[in-house]
Design a protein around this ligand. Structure first.
Ligand code: HEM
Length: 148
């Protein structure tokens, strides 16, 4: 895969990469709450509850590692390897992309709400962070389909 070309087409810039690393300090402390809510939500629907048969504590740790890579090593080798593993883990067990996409959307919006919170980052920087998160999540999602 020519990752540089994909990043360029998605307008994911070095500035986006820097922005993600900068906002991680606000995001990281909120991740445990976001992940608790995420797995509670998966538990509310028969289709997703039946998929999550493994230890949720392990899944939260695995997701935390992945978000850490996305924000601090965006589309570096280890982040891309993690995306591929996630694709294999989810679609390999027969999970349709629709569940992953809708689930991902929830987390993405919580992240955007954090950086957009009044008085936290503010103005243009909050908008830049929202843009960087949107670009990174869409690309991450797209690359996870590579295993299909
Ligand atoms: C509807 C949404 C989702 C469901 C039902 C779901 C379910 C699962 C299940 C059942 C596994 C364990 C697979 C196995 O090894 O047997 C898993 C692994 C994992 N999930 Fe999800 N997941 C969802 C969304 C997400 C999202 C949005 C992320 C983060 C971007 C994520 C990150 C991970 C990671 C990092 C692993 C571990 C992969 C590995 O083995 O290295 N999941 N998920």
């Amino acid at each position: 895969m020519d990752i540089a070309n994909r990043l360029s087409f998605a307008s994911f810039s070095p500035e986006d990469r820097r922005t993600l690393a900068q906002v991680w300090e606000w995001i990281s402390s909120k991740m445990p709450g976001i992940l608790d809510r995420f797995y509670e939500y998966l538990n509310m629907f028969d289709e997703t509850r039946s998929m999550v048969r493994v230890d949720v504590g392990g899944l939260k740790k695995a997701q935390m590692r992945h978000w850490n890579l996305m924000f601090n090593h965006s589309f570096g080798e280890d982040h891309v390897a993690s995306i591929v593993r996630i694709g294999e883990a989810h679609y390999g067990v027969g999970m349709a992309p629709r569940w992953y996409i809708a689930g991902y959307q929830r987390i993405m919006l919580e992240l955007m709400e954090i950086v957009g919170r009044p008085g936290l980052i503010g103005g243009n920087r909050a908008m830049a962070a929202t843009r960087a998160i949107g670009r990174a999540v869409m690309l991450d999602l797209d690359r996870s389909f590579a295993v299909l």
